[in-house]
Design a protein around this ligand. Structure first.
Ligand code: CU
Length: 326
């Protein structure tokens, strides 16, 4: 390196540069500390706490983080030590070392070994992340998952094949949830927007679709992300032990109001879920009946020569299954 002797170097710019570097470093550190308020955990991303698959993802993440931290601090430690301990000194000629076969083979094997272990642990845990368990005995009574048309897509099933199969439909800028009702006609199914109400102790199998652009379903405490892609069906599952509320958000930039596309899962006891489902059904039926009545009145008015009354903007329950088409 061609370095100017210290005595000849201009002192001012050097100090200024040092001050600049220190300020930059402080600003970076400060912004990192402040940024945690916007995210979730300090050390690891928000994950786990709601469902076993999310727990496993979280465990795997922390495991890899720990190994990576040991490697990082080990390497950086040796680097810093060497930089300080063996820094350039006047008239000192450093030891000229050309390779060290034992050391080189050692760290190559060490790195390969770490990767092997991480890969094995990941594949072992992946099984529990992808495959749902059965519902508990006191969970909500569920049907067998029926095959969806996409035979090629991987649909995780509990060992006994039974789960509450809910369709999650991403649409700008809201999530629509369709509950099964036992018949083949999806147009008369119970549905809800924004909040996905589910029973605890029950395996919930989600069929994820999108009807306009790509969205992404993600409730960090209940599992990994599942993309909602138009023309493709995706699957994921979760099983909540205790009643609670779990929040998430569309994780795929889908347009101007992407940030408003919140997702919420409310888990309640199976009995409470049954009541909720029945009430929702009644509410939808009542709204459908009211809408039907209004349409009839309007068509009578039109027939009688009156101008049709302004259409009331449709609320969620008054648009029965019109958006089912995807
Ligand atoms: Cu979206």
């Amino acid at each position: 390196m061609n370095r100017m002797p210290a005595a000849l170097a201009p002192a001012r710019p050097r100090t200024r540069r040092r001050v600049f570097a220190l300020t930059l470093l402080a600003a970076l550190a400060g912004s990192l500390v402040l940024a945690t308020g916007a995210s979730a955990g300090f050390w690891t991303p928000e994950s786990g706490g709601g469902s076993a698959n999310a727990e496993n993802i979280d465990t795997l993440y922390k495991l890899i983080l720990a190994v990576a931290a040991v490697v990082f601090f080990g390497v950086e430690g040796v680097l810093l030590y060497s930089m300080i301990r063996f820094r350039a000194r006047k008239d000192a000629v450093p030891a000229q070392i050309r390779g060290n076969t034992r050391l080189e083979i050692g760290w190559t094997l060490g790195a390969a070994g770490i990767l092997m272990i991480l890969a094995i642990v990941t594949f072992v845990m992946l099984d529990d992340i992808r495959n749902p368990p059965n519902s508990d005995a006191d969970g909500f009574p569920t049907q067998r998952i029926v095959n969806v048309q996409n035979a090629s897509a991987y649909q995780p099933r509990p060992p006994n094949g039974r789960a509450l199969n809910i369709e999650v439909n991403g649409q700008r800028y809201i999530w629509r949830y369709t509950y099964p009702d036992g018949d083949d006609n999806v147009l008369n199914n119970t549905f809800n927007y924004e909040t996905l109400v589910v029973p605890t102790k029950t395996t919930i199998a989600l069929t994820i679709v999108a009807q306009d652009v790509a969205h992404s379903w993600w409730i960090p405490e209940l599992g990994g992300k599942a993309d909602a892609v138009p023309g493709h069906t995706n699957f994921t599952w979760f099983k909540v032990k205790e009643p609670g509320t779990f929040r998430g958000q569309c994780a795929e930039l889908c347009g101007r109001n992407h940030a408003d596309m919140l997702a919420k899962v409310v888990a309640v006891e199976p009995d409470e879920f049954k009541t909720w489902l029945e009430n929702k059904r009644r509410e939808i039926d009542a709204n459908n009946k009211a809408a039907q009545q209004r349409r009839e009145e309007e068509s009578e008015d039109t027939a009688a020569g009156d101008s049709p009354t302004e259409d009331k903007s449709p609320t969620e329950s008054e648009t029965p299954a019109q958006d089912e088409g995807s």
